[in-house]
Design a protein around this ligand. Structure first.
Ligand code: DON
Length: 309
């Protein structure tokens, strides 16, 4: 039988030798400073083991990977009424696109494009001050990873706030349609801080384990979401988790996944594993270049694709 640790070591070795790493995100200046020559991978298994290779203990900015956790949190608060505010169809557009919002009357296509995630932040804000809502998101992620050391990188949050005109446009546009209830600066404050949460691959793989285990976190025994909800979140990750690169990711990797412009990807092999991979260099649509290649190889060698061996 293929030994998982051997596969991970080999993937990390090949990544270290690969010079074709893509470009780090430049539109958030603090992310542009990250050393592109890093690569980490961690696989959390339902029995609680976590196997790692490369820079798996280095914290990075999880960015849009946070949207998986805010979706889980917001669904817990609102249940299926959430879907009145946001759709669940792939957008086929870049993550920060505004074009569909006008045609579709301010209702974002899905919870993983920026517009959709901004709506989730608005929903989580209900009844709270922004600081409390941010605290709730961080506490939820710490609870998922069973790790109280997870923090927000305030420099990244500030950097994004200072260069957040595009997200501010999306938020104002949606507020004009009545899709979001709270003041735009409050909503964006929550959104920018959730994106600036820093986690290692090790922590991220643990945090995603409930999605590989029918909604139950085997590390703590907690039922985080009902099995049906875990299945549905995986479906949205598969269809929408890589924006206009989602089809390509499904074609190459065959797993539900969510990427972030910090270069992280959380991928779920249902019933098998929660996988976090990180390499800061991105492909032209904003997904980690080496991270995608690593997951392609891992899924193939472990026969984990949801579409069969
Ligand atoms: O809103 C932004 O632009 C970033 N905070 C998050 C974008 C992101 O990670 C998109 N993922 N590939």
């Amino acid at each position: 039988m293929t030994k998982l640790q051997d596969v991970l070591d080999e993937i990390a070795r090949e990544a270290a030798e690969n010079g074709d790493r893509g470009e780090v995100a430049h539109y958030i200046p603090e992310l542009a400073k990250v050393d592109p020559d890093q690569f980490g991978i961690a696989v959390a298994l339902p029995d609680g083991q976590v196997l790692t290779a490369g820079d798996a203990e280095t914290a990075f900015s999880i960015q849009s990977v946070s949207k998986v956790f805010t979706l889980s949190l917001a669904l817990g608060k609102l249940g299926d009424s959430l879907w009145a505010r946001v759709g669940r169809e792939p957008s086929g557009n870049p993550f920060n696109s505004i074009v569909q919002l006008e045609q579709e009357k301010g209702r974002p296509r899905n919870p993983f494009i920026n517009a959709g995630a901004i709506v989730l932040a608005d929903l989580i804000l209900a009844g709270h001050q922004p600081r409390e809502a941010i605290g709730e998101i961080v506490r939820f992620i710490r609870y998922l990873a069973d790790d109280d050391t997870i923090l927000i990188d305030e420099k990244v949050a500030r950097s994004e706030t200072e260069h957040g005109d595009r997200n501010a446009s999306l938020a104002h546009f949606m507020r004009a349609f009545g899709t979001i209830d709270h003041p735009v600066d409050h909503v964006l404050g929550v959104y920018f801080h959730q994106c600036a949460i820093a986690m290692s691959c090790h922590q991220l793989a643990r945090a995603g384990l409930y999605l590989a285990s029918q909604g139950r976190n085997p590390l703590t025994g907690a039922q985080v979401v009902p099995p049906q909800r875990a299945r549905r979140i995986n479906a949205i990750m598969l269809m929408c988790g890589h924006y206009d690169g989602s089809g390509e990711f499904a074609f190459r990797v065959g797993l539900p996944g969510k990427s972030g412009v910090g270069g992280g990807i959380l991928a779920i092999a249902p019933g098998q594993a929660s996988i976090a991979v990180w390499s800061p260099g991105l492909d032209p649509v904003g997904n980690s270049k080496l991270g995608t290649a690593a997951l392609e190889q891992l899924a193939r060698r472990m026969q984990w694709s949801v579409f069969g061996a």
